[in-house]
Ligand binder design. Structure first.
Ligand code: ATP
Length: 236
């Protein structure tokens, strides 16, 4: 397994947001995490990227215990996050935002090749490479955030609600790009409200409720699960 999360708990002050969560992501997999608002999905992403410390439990990445490793050092080890709400640098150009994604790297030739790869995945970013990040549309900023995360050449890409705020056609497109990124060899853990898309694209998925994993399975099997359909797909 590339990522193993073993029984983690996480607290925000007195609020316990994660109650003994365990999940795994294998090399090359696309794994989806779905669940209601406030279930703790973003919190799991924060625990993996190291933005929030866990209170107990263990996180292993690439065979090494990273539970206490600092967030910036986790990026160097190969974990990169495209955060919910995008978080692009508004005053920097598109190209500068992408360059920032590679700040941990020194291999200029490979960085240039990866920039071309990101521009290949997102031609809109190439067209707008001199435009300020903050003036890009919502969907374009979402693409920029994913592109920037890819610029660290991660082993594991964490995507927090990549379809948030996107028009239906763009949602389809962003999931096609996620599938393409996966085919190019990056392992992906994706948090999504759009359960239909996420489950149909994922190799495996976990369902969260109030700080716990309540179900796991392969994507299509969960899509057919009546309880999942009723809770997350608006169907009985
Ligand atoms: N910084 C914080 N301080 C206090 N409580 C927090 C903080 N961040 C999150 N929480 C709480 O932790 C719980 C889990 O939140 P989290 O953002 O992980 O949920 P989520 O599943 O990602 O939800 P959504 O789908 O709405 O984004 C929620 O009850 C939330 O209110």
């Amino acid at each position: 397994m590339l990522l193993e999360i073993d029984n983690i708990t996480l607290l925000y002050g007195r609020i316990q947001a994660l109650h003994g969560v365990s999940l795994n992501v294998g090399q090359g997999e696309v794994v989806a995490l779905i669940g209601a608002n406030g279930a703790g999905k973003t919190t799991i992403m924060r625990a993996i990227s190291g933005i929030r410390p866990v209170a107990s439990g263990k996180i292993t990445f690439n065979g090494e215990d990273i539970t206490k490793v600092r967030a910036d050092l986790r990026v160097i080890r190969g974990i990169s996050q495209s955060p919910e709400g995008r978080g692009v640098f508004p005053g920097m150009t598109v190209q500068e935002n992408l360059d920032m994604g590679a700040y941990t790297r020194r291999d200029t030739k490979e960085i240039a090749a990866d920039l071309e790869r990101v521009y290949g995945l997102f031609p809109r970013l190439k067209e707008r490479r001199k435009q300020a990040g903050g003036t890009m549309s919502g969907g374009e900023q979402q693409m920029l955030a994913v592109g920037r995360a890819l610029m660290s050449r991660p082993k594991l890409l964490l995507l927090d609600e990549p379809s948030m705020g996107l028009a239906p056609l763009l949602i389809q497109q962003i999931f096609e790009i996620i599938t393409e990124i996966s085919k190019q060899g990056t392992t992906i853990l994706v948090v999504e409200q759009n359960a239909q898309q996420a489950l149909s694209r994922a190799d495996r998925a976990y369902v969260m409720e109030t700080g716990r994993i309540v179900k796991e399975g392969n994507g299509p099997a969960l899509l057919d699960d009546p309880a999942v359909r009723e809770a997350y797909l608006g169907a009985a």
